[in-house]
Design a protein around this ligand. Structure first.
Ligand code: HEM
Length: 503
């Protein structure tokens, strides 16, 4: 048999069937794409057949910026796989995004974070997700308020104290990793899952499972949610491990005589099943881990590079220690006695540094889905968000707007000191805690965790920013531009700490 003949046979037997299958799939997929209605925002020309606008995943900041600039109203439409997406922009866009009760938060996040199973197209399925989310919010508000924060405060402080005591008198911290683990444990305490917070084996296991689920998110999961990719299998396996861990904890609690408080116990006592409990805990853990450890790491990085603000924050912590302490007490003794109300009111400079770090780094996307069954008008335009379309808004647009925040790239906490807080005058100008119909439910928990961490660190140690190899570094690193939620640096950093001399 000659070579030409082999090649010809291969073409006929493999290549053509493959090509035809590919074309049929492509055609089928394109057919599934519903055309945008006439009154949808201008539809972008950008995007590949089948896959859609891939810059939404690979270069979201520039994609948003270019699309806003290229369209009449700044709002724009495009496809991702067969999902219709609308990008909203400007004040009217923000108003629609954050105020419309016809745009649902949970379905938006589930589809665009790639955690949604394929049955999304069924309307009953949306209703189920929406009612589950409403139940989650009710339970969260019921169990995570002032009483719970006060009850868990001594545990939170002790855990932070223990973590820094174990760190010794000097060393190098990988803040983004170390605070990630610490916040995981603190949040488990706040949720009343003490078994996990107190056991190194268990918190490592749940932390690893959380990470497996988190890192399995991918563009492929969004575009082809029905494909059993390795990422999908990883998600399922990690979810199953968490289910086992929680089932065991719930069984042990049922068998124990010891009375327990906290959100977990409330859910068990009110008859929630393991899936509901896991859903509650995972929702809170995701909302927390994706934000709190990253924000507090940035605050520490800025304080380590800005002596003026380090002095200001330290001065207010020292003032609180002097006000509430007695002679002979260590800073940690006094911090352990501070009440919730004192933690929440006595650190305005820290708050300003935190808000400025959030303005610069909570710059990613917020998501919604139009599950209302009809088109949703976009405020101030004649345009609509089509029925069943997904919607996204990039917080960067407003957080880096020079009209609202002059010299927007500069880290300047003065902007958030109450006497000159510009963001208060302009609606929807500071969105790092959400706004409108969906303000962040964990704001108080996150602020408390962050101020406790920073107060311990700053009252005990001098800090120096370093690169990943431990060499001193003068300036904070640039932030990555992925625009998922809160951004990490593009390069690894460490913070060198050395016990502060108290003379
Ligand atoms: C620095 C830390 C945090 C930041 C920057 C942050 C940011 C946000 C933002 C921007 C939203 C609104 C999302 C949107 O409108 O699409 C939000 C919502 C939410 N956050 Fe946070 N968050 C933080 C910590 C937490 C923590 C610790 C928890 C819980 C333990 C939490 C629970 C929630 C929940 C449940 C919602 C959804 C509210 C709803 O469905 O109406 N967050 N957060």
């Amino acid at each position: 048999m000659d070579v030409d003949h082999v090649a010809q046979t291969w073409s006929v037997s493999i290549y053509y069937p493959l090509l035809i299958t590919g074309l049929v799939l492509l055609f089928w997929f394109q057919q599934k794409r519903i055309p945008f209605p006439q009154d949808a925002p201008q539809v972008l020309k950008e995007g590949y057949p089948l896959l859609g606008a891939l810059r939404f995943f690979t270069d979201r900041g520039n994609f948003f910026h270019d699309s806003v600039a290229a369209t009449r109203t700044g709002n724009f439409g495009f496809y991702v796989g067969c999902h219709q997406l609308i990008g909203l922009a400007g004040h009217p866009g923000r108003k629609t995004f954050f105020e419309s009760k016809l745009l649902d938060l949970t379905t938006g996040y589930r589809v665009l974070l790639g955690t949604e199973p394929p049955s999304i197209s069924k309307r009953g399925h949306y209703d189920e997700i929406i009612s589950y989310a409403a139940k989650f919010r009710r339970n969260f508000i019921r169990t995570m308020g002032t009483e719970s924060l006060s009850d868990h405060l001594p545990l939170n402080i002790e855990l932070v104290h223990e973590t820094f005591r174990e760190a010794g008198s000097d060393g190098l911290m990988d803040v983004f990793h170390d605070f990630d683990v610490l916040v995981h444990r603190l949040t488990m305490q706040n949720l009343g899952v003490y078994e996990i917070a107190d056991s190194q084996e268990l918190y490592q296991r749940t932390y690893n499972a959380y990470y497996q689920i988190e890192s399995a998110k991918s563009a492929t999961r969004v575009i082809f949610p029905w494909l059993p990719t390795p990422a999908f299998i990883t998600q399922i396996t990690a979810g199953a491990k968490l289910y086992q861990t929680f089932s065991r904890i719930i069984r042990q609690r049922a068998a124990s005589e010891k009375p327990q408080g906290g959100a977990l116990q409330y859910l068990i006592d009110s008859g929630a099943n393991t899936s509901d409990i896991l859903h509650f805990v995972l929702n809170a853990i995701f909302a927390s881990q994706l934000n709190t450890p990253i924000v507090v790491s940035w605050v520490v990085i800025y304080l380590a590079t800005q002596p003026y603000w380090m002095k200001m924050v330290r001065a207010e912590i020292d003032a609180a220690l002097a006000k509430h302490g007695s002679p002979g007490e260590t800073p940690v003794d006094v911090l352990k006695r501070l009440k919730l109300q004192q933690w929440e009111s006595e650190f305005p400079c820290f708050n300003a540094c935190m808000h400025e770090s959030m303005r610069l780094h909570v710059t990613g996307s917020a998501y919604r889905m139009n599950t209302s069954g009809g088109d949703v008008p976009i405020t101030g335009t004649k345009e609509v968000v089509p029925r069943d379309a997904l919607v996204f808004y990039l917080l960067k647009e407003v957080h880096l707007d020079p009209e609202i925040y002059p010299e927007p790239d500069k880290w300047d906490p003065r902007r958030f000191l109450s006497e000159n807080d510009q963001s208060k005058d302009t609606p929807y100008s500071f969105l790092a805690w959400g706004d409108g119909r969906h303000p962040c439910l964990g704001t108080r928990i996150a602020k408390l965790q962050m101020v406790i961490i920073v107060a311990h660190l700053v009252s005990t140690f001098d800090l120096q920013l370093c690169d990943a190899a431990g060499r001193p570094k003068d300036d904070p690193p640039a932030a990555e531009q992925k625009y998922h939620v809160t951004s990490k640096p593009i390069v690894g950093v460490r913070v060198k700490y050395c016990r502060r001399s108290l003379d």
